[in-house]
Design a protein around this ligand. Structure first.
Ligand code: AMP
Ligand code: ZN
Length: 143
């Protein structure tokens, strides 16, 4: 636990949080400044700054809660869909340094965009460059 982390505080019950789900390794609670009704955050119980810092067990637990809760949240707030994702690192917009996945309910005509909007404009890459990236990621440990 990190003493100055708000999400560790919520998990420990020391900071108020609207908890909507939990399992052995992850907790879900409503975002205090929601982008939409039902906006929910899912975090590992342990303080892990980035996605890669979490264990496979923790990541599995986070994704299991996302899988369980996303449809329940959609139904609760009568949404038409949901954007599910996380800002991994400050460059990507991560403000709270305890990794967390967002479930943001989406509504027809809400004016929001797809997750691609978060990355700005498309990267102009050739087939050869894409092949090279794929080869390097695979060599670095991808399957
Ligand atoms: P991110 O930019 O991905 O780090 O998002 C952080 C999110 O945490 C924001 O949507 C905040 O509204 C939310 N947030 C920050 N503090 C709290 C808190 N104490 N309880 C619930 N949500 C919080
Ligand atoms: Zn924390």
């Amino acid at each position: 636990m990190s003493t100055d982390c708000p999400f560790c505080g919520i998990v420990a019950g020391e900071i108020p949080g609207r908890i909507v789900g939990e399992n052995d390794h992850a907790v879900a609670f409503l975002d205090a400044n929601p982008m939409a009704p039902g906006h929910t955050l899912v975090v590992p119980r342990e303080h892990r700054e980035r996605l890669a810092d979490a264990t496979e067990t923790e990541v599995t637990a986070v994704f299991s809660l996302l899988h369980e809760l996303a449809p329940e949240i959609e139904t609760t707030v009568d949404a038409d869909g949901a954007t599910v994702g996380l800002n991994d690192g400050s460059t990507a917009g991560q403000e709270v340094p305890h990794t967390h996945a967002h479930v943001i309910p989406r509504f027809d005509g809400d004016g929001g965009g797809s997750i691609h909007v978060a990355a700005g404009s498309p990267a102009d890459l050739s087939d050869a460059e894409l092949d090279e990236i794929a080869d390097e990621v695979t060599a670095d440990g991808g399957d």
